[in-house]
Structures are given as C-alpha cells and as structure tokens.
Write a protein that binds this ligand. Structure first.
Ligand SMILES: Nc1ncnc2c1ncn2[C@@H]1O[C@H](COP(=O)(O)OP(=O)(O)OP(=O)(O)O)[C@@H](O)[C@H]1O
Ligand SMILES: [Mg+2]
Length: 348
C-alpha cells in the first residue's frame, strides 16, 4: 500500500511534462503550469497520505461513492454542465460483460447523431502582436455528431494537431465559436477545461505519452485518480480495460519493457479510463508498422461499433482514413475537402 502511494506521488510530479491531457485544473498558458502544478501536487500528496493513513476509510468510500468526492474536485462554473463526480457504478461496469448495461446501454439512451463538436470560423494565431505573428488555422468550420468516426488527413504542417488540440481543449482558439457537448468553450474557465478533458475526452498520441517507470496498470489508473475514483475501483477498471486491449498479461510491465504497439494499447486503455464519450487520436499508428497499426485501428473500430464512441483520428494513412465514416482534408489551415468513408474495416 505504501509503495503504491509513493508511486502516486512520483506520477503526479511527472505528469505535466509527460501527458498534458491528464493535467487537472491547469491553465493553458505553459508559463502558468509549474506553479499551479506544485500546489496541485501538494494537494494530491495530501490526499494520498490521507488515503494511506486510513485504509479502512477507502472501503467505506467504495460503499458510499457520493462521499468520495476528492478534495481536488473544485466546483465547476455554472455555465458548463460537466459532471466531475465519478460514478463508480458506471465505471465498474464492463460493456463486455453485459451488453445491456454500461456503454452499450448508454448508447441507446443517448440521442444518437446530435452534434457534439461544433466549430465555427475557428482561427488560431501564435505570437500575437509580435512581428512573427503566425496564423495557423484560418477559419475552420467543423461539426461532428455523436457516434461518428472522423478522420483528419493532410500534409505535415497543415494544422491537424493544432486543430486537435483545440477540439480537445488542450489549447484555446484565438477567434471563432466552439461548443463541445453543449459547453461554450470560449466562456469556460481553465479549470472547466481540465474537467472537460478529464471526463469527456480520451487522448491517444503518436508518442504514447505513458508515464515512465510506472506499470501499465498504474498508467491506466492515473486519469481515474484525477477523476476521484476510489483506489479499488481504479484498480479493477484498469484491469478490465487492459483486458479489453489484450494487455492483461503485461499489466505489471513498465513502458520501457513494452513494444510500441503494446504501449499504444496501454495508452488506449488509459484514454478510456474515465469512460469518455469522445476519443481524439493524433497519429496513433504513426510510429508503428502496418500490422501493428492494423491492430490499433481494430481497437478503435471496436470502441466505435460496440461502445458508440465518437472518434476523431488524425492519420497519414489513406487506407485507415477510408475506414472512418467521414474524412476531412486539411490544407494550410483550412478544410479543403470532405468525403464519406466506409465506417468499417476494409475487409468487412
Ligand atoms: N505552439 C506553437 N507555436 C507556434 N507555431 C506553432 C505551434 N504549434 C504549431 N505551430 C505551427 O503550426 C503549423 C501547424 O502545425 P501542426 O502541428 O498543427 O501540423 P500537423 O498538420 O499536425 O503536422 P504533422 O503531420 O507534421 O504532425 C506549423 O507550421 C507549426 O510550425
Ligand atoms: Mg501533427
């Protein structure tokens, strides 16, 4: 138990640099991050110490999840409707075990096809007001409906990652209108954005962004730690997710003991930890050979078909893009083409 808590503290120290998408309650300006991170870490450390000192309370917390609201779950502005409370019941359910519950059940309940990402005339500029001011996105109009599997393709430097960072609230647009699942992203405060990232979005990156010297299982538990999920539920859910990506036998391995494809499977499991409705994947197969890339793509298909996840995938592979339901092509910061894809595996 002590070792696990000490690991938590180390992970929290490392996290801002390793996986920015997991940072909670941070501003988007990089210069603000260090100071805030320290205070957040302190907060987390205190929480970890408390949990360690009172193991019997952890048991009770599981029995009464509504009392487990962690200290770091600060109130979110009224104008954003994000539920930062972890629902252990919901998290504990594996859709694999019972297709009538969990995500599969949710898919039926939720209005399929409503617009979840609504961008109008999004402009992104860097170095504003300086001689080297640079406009990277020139007015993006983009709508994504719940349950869509959208590919974004385009040459290197066309602005794909910049756009993805806007979609995922890792960065703010300079101009335009952006509503994510009903939340006005221009009105949302920084802490609201981190809550949205934590609960609504799962990120997968080309470089995996796993926390080093930390087991696969602990990596997957991490977003749940930030999401306020009690320890035992975190552990159980992490195991379920690692089983889903067929990594149960490597649960205790650290990232440097895993192949690229295995690391990416762990990263996908981690992206799913808080059961987000939206998955954003920025070239998730970019560093993998085609066979391993195929395996990763199959996991995305599974999440799309079986759990109704909304997925946005950046890829340089025309084959993989054609398997998405819609393909957007970006060129020099503008969407220049939009096509329908098959929405399923090429051989299906
Ligand atoms: N933080 C930043 N500050 C200044 N310019 C940036 C920043 N981030 C990205 N850019 C610039 O924005 C442009 C688009 O970059 P982006 O990373 O979005 O391209 P991309 O389409 O994802 O390319 P790739 O396929 O190589 O990943 C590039 O010219 C890049 O130099
Ligand atoms: Mg990129």
């Amino acid at each position: 138990m002590k070792k696990k808590k000490a690991e938590d503290e180390l992970i929290i120290e490392d996290i801002t640099d390793t996986a920015p998408d997991l940072v909670v309650d941070e501003g988007t300006a990089p210069k603000e991050k260090k100071g805030k991170r320290r205070s957040k870490n302190k907060h987390k450390k205190e929480e970890a110490k408390q949990e360690e000192a009172k193991p019997e309370e952890t048991e009770r917390e599981e029995a009464k999840p509504e009392e487990t609201e962690p200290e770091e779950a600060e109130p979110v502005s009224e104008d954003v409707a994000v539920n930062t409370k972890a629902d252990p019941e919901e998290i504990a359910v594996s859709s694999k075990e019972d297709p009538n519950q969990g995500n599969a059940g949710k898919k039926e309940e939720e209005p399929v096809g409503e617009i979840v990402i609504d961008m109008k005339n999004i402009v992104k500029r860097y170095f504003i007001g300086q001689p080297n001011e640079l406009e990277v996105l020139h007015g993006i109009d983009m709508q994504v409906r719940r349950g869509e599997f959208v590919a974004i393709v385009g040459q290197s430097g066309s602005g794909k990652s910049t756009l993805m960072n806007m979609i995922g609230a890792l960065d703010r647009p300079t101009e335009g209108e952006y509503t994510l699942d009903g939340v006005d992203m221009f009105k949302a405060k920084d802490k609201d954005l981190s809550a949205i990232r934590c609960k609504k979005i799962g990120f997968v990156f080309q470089t995996y962004n796993l926390v080093a010297r930390t087991s696969a299982q602990r990596n997957v538990e991490l977003p749940m730690l930030y999401g306020g999920v009690p320890m035992r539920l975190r552990s159980r859910k992490a195991k379920e997710l690692l089983e889903m990506v067929e990594m149960a036998d490597r649960m205790k391995h650290q990232p440097d003991e895993l192949s690229g494809g295995q690391k990416q499977r762990v990263a996908i499991a981690r992206a799913m930890a808080n059961d987000p409705a939206i998955i954003l994947a920025d070239e998730p197969t970019g560093a993998l050979d085609s066979v391993t890339g195929r395996l990763i793509m199959d996991i995305f298909h599974k999440l799309h078909e079986e759990q109704g996840k909304t997925i946005i995938l950046i890829t340089h592979s025309p084959e993989l893009a054609s398997e998405c339901s819609r393909i957007l092509t970006l060129k020099d910061g503008l969407i220049i083409d939009e096509r329908k894809g098959s929405g399923r595996r090429a051989d299906n």
